[in-house]
Structure formats: structure tokens, C-alpha cells
Write a protein that binds this ligand. Structure first.
Ligand SMILES: Nc1ncnc2c1ncn2[C@@H]1O[C@H](COP(=O)(O)OP(=O)(O)OP(=O)(O)O)[C@@H](O)[C@H]1O
Length: 319
């Protein structure tokens, strides 16, 4: 999928669904995220990568409301990217969000996790799978739609009496669950306990569960962890189809470079809580800072490689 607009700008700059602005997260004396800014393009697959302990999961926890950032702003835009004036207005009036007919602005750093998922429509999966293992596969997908069903019940006893609005909502929830079971090839396991599924299937079920809440931004924490090469390829296909068929923007943390390089439009690289690279997969792959961070090379070596690249570029340009 093309990631540049006609003007040549990257989509993540031209139409960000999420802007991370000067994010800091401190745990006592430890700075896990250090003045981090980046954008997630609407409709893009964006990868957040970096060595172990770089701060990736902490960033996810801030975006999804599990942590309240020490400092910084997390602006999510429904419909289109919010203008600076709109963001300033929500900030000024001290609200979490401002939703109009065409667009909505959400300041995620002000929102607890249930509002980030329910109102801002950001869903996530976890590094360590968190399914309800004793419930069936189908039940896991029904629980994910609890909010919609509660709303249809009018938060009353309508459900118990089988009144039409609630019955219709329940039918729709079952249909949606079946749709996602089919998408992740788990229809034949619908009535099995989720804990009985093989590991790769549990990962797919987690993604299906997240999609049942109709997110506009899907955050996946190491979706390919523990998958074999065939399952990794299937994951790539699934994520591409989620983006193509549902327009869902995807932000993923991933160590599996075959997944990152194959499906990402945009890659952001963290090291020690700081952004060291940000660009297309091709640009990031050849960035000496990224190579150094992954290989554990020191700053001097990075500068040497950078100097070498620049001199090669200069020679190429003059010849
Ligand atoms: N709740 C917490 N309390 C204290 N320190 C924390 C907490 N959460 C994370 N950290 C620390 O913050 C740093 C970043 O951790 P984080 O889990 O975000 O890294 P990561 O890039 O996701 O690593 P990995 O790839 O290994 O999952 C680490 O030094 C970690 O020990």
C-alpha cells in the first residue's frame, strides 16, 4: 500500500491517526521513555521496534491507558487528524475529548484504559496472551462485546426479558464473533475452551477478540512471538486484510524482523527509551544507529559508519 501522498509527504505526517508528543515515563529514577515523539499514519501498519528493555511496552501502556505518562501528549483523531486549534481547545477546557459530527479529538494521556478502548476505540493485545482460558473460543469473543451489549440492554433488565433491542444486539454480537472466527480460521474450534488451543491459534484469537470491539487503532504487542514461519506468514496476511478490509490502523511491537520488514509502512526505533530512527522499513534497515543498537556497538562506531555512508553518498553524487 502506498504510504505517500501526492505531495510526497508520508501519510504518518500528512494524516496521523495518533500523535505521540514529547512522551516521558519515569519509574522512580529510571526513565523508561525519554521525550519520545512520533506519528502513526491513518491506515498504516506502523512497527515500534528496539532491543529488549527499550521501552516499547511502556509506550503501549501509556497509549492504551494502563499507565498515566509522567509527561507528554497522546492525540488520537477520529475521522481526520485534529487541527492544532482543536487540540488546544480540548487542552484548554480540561476535557479528555471533543467529538464533533465529522471528527473527534481524544487526549489519551487523560483517559483510563476502559475509556481508551470504549470511547477512543483503541484495542490491544498483550505480550503474554490474556484470554479467558476456561471460557470457550466463542465466549471470549462475546465478552469482548460486553460494552455494546450492556448499552443495548439500557443497563437494565431488558436482556432478561428478551426485549427486541437487546435480542437484536445479541444476534449482531454472535454474527460479529462468527465473522472474526472465520477470519482467523477458528470456526471449527468455537465451542472448545480457549486454553485448549495451540499457541499460534490463541494469538489469532486475541487479535479476533480485539477486533470485536471495532477499533480504529489496533495495538499488537509482539503478535508473532512464538509463531512458526508458516504461522508468521498467516499473521502477515491477517494483518494486511484487517487494514485493507476494515481500514483499521495498526501499531505493533515486534522482534520478528521478517514480519516488520514485510508488512510495515513505517518503522519507529527505540533504544533506552529514546527514538533513534523513524522512517520507511528500507530507510530504517540501513540506518547505522539501528544497526549499532541491535549489535550493541558504541557511539564512536556509529559515527564512523555514518561518516563512511556520507562520504559514499558524496562520491556517488559527484560522479
Ligand atoms: N512498572 C514498571 N516499574 C518499573 N520499571 C518498569 C516498569 N515497566 C517497565 N519498566 C522498566 O522500563 C524499561 C522499559 O521496559 P519495557 O518493558 O517497556 O521495554 P520493552 O522494549 O517492551 O522490552 P521487551 O522487548 O523486552 O519487552 C525496562 O528497564 C523495564 O525494567
Amino acid at each position: 500500500m502506498a504510504t505517500s501522498s501526492a505531495s510526497g509527504a508520508h501519510r504518518w505526517d500528512a494524516d496521523p491517526i495518533l500523535s505521540v508528543e514529547h512522551l516521558f515515563m519515569r519509574f522512580g529514577g529510571l526513565i523508561a521513555v525519554n521525550d519520545l515523539s512520533f506519528k502513526v499514519g491513518r491506515g498504516d501498519i506502523t512497527a515500534l521496534i528496539g532491543p529488549n528493555g527499550a521501552g516499547k511496552t511502556t509506550v503501549f501502556n501509556c497509549i492504551t491507558g494502563f499507565y498515566k505518562p509522567s509527561e507528554g501528549r497522546l492525540v488520537l483523531g477520529h475521522g481526520r487528524a485534529p487541527t492544532p486549534d482543536e487540540v488546544a481547545e480540548v487542552t484548554r477546557i480540561g476535557e479528555r475529548s471533543l467529538v464533533g459530527r465529522e471528527a473527534g479529538v481524544f487526549l489519551l494521556e487523560r483517559m483510563p484504559d476502559h475509556r481508551v478502548s470504549g470511547e477512543a476505540k483503541v484495542a490491544r493485545t498483550f505480550q503474554n496472551i490474556r484470554l479467558f482460558t476456561g471460557m470457550t473460543v466463542l465466549e471470549n469473543l462475546m465478552v469482548a462485546q460486553h460494552n455494546a451489549l450492556m448499552a443495548a440492554s439500557g443497563y437494565s433488565l431488558k436482556g432478561l426479558f428478551g426485549l427486541p433491542g437487546w435480542a437484536g444486539a445479541q444476534r449482531a454480537a454472535v454474527e460479529k464473533a462468527k465473522y472474526w472466527l472465520d477470519k482467523v480460521s477458528l470456526m471449527d474450534r468455537a465451542d472448545d475452551p480457549a486454553g485448549d488451543l495451540p499457541y499460534g491459534a490463541q494469538r489469532r484469537l486475541e487479535i479476533a477478540r480485539a477486533m470485536c470491539s471495532d477499533p480504529i487503532l489496533l495495538c499488537l504487542d509482539e503478535p508473532a512471538a512464538g509463531l512458526n514461519p508458516r504461522e508468521s506468514l498467516e499473521l502477515n496476511t491477517l494483518l494486511r486484510s484487517i487494514r485493507a478490509e476494515h481500514g483499521t490502523s495498526i501499531l505493533l511491537i515486534e522482534h520478528d524482523m521478517s514480519v516488520v520488514m514485510e508488512i510495515s509502512d513505517h518503522v519507529v526505533v527505540l533504544d533506552y527509551g529514546t527514538k533513534i530512527s523513524d522512517g520507511t522499513p528500507e530507510a530504517v534497515k540501513s540506518d547505522p544507529r539501528v544497526i549499532a543498537a541491535y549489535l550493541g556497538v558504541d557511539e564512536d562506531a556509529v559515527e564512523e559508519v555514518e561518516a563512511e555512508i556520507h562520504s559514499e553518498e558524496a562520491t556517488g553524487a559527484s560522479s
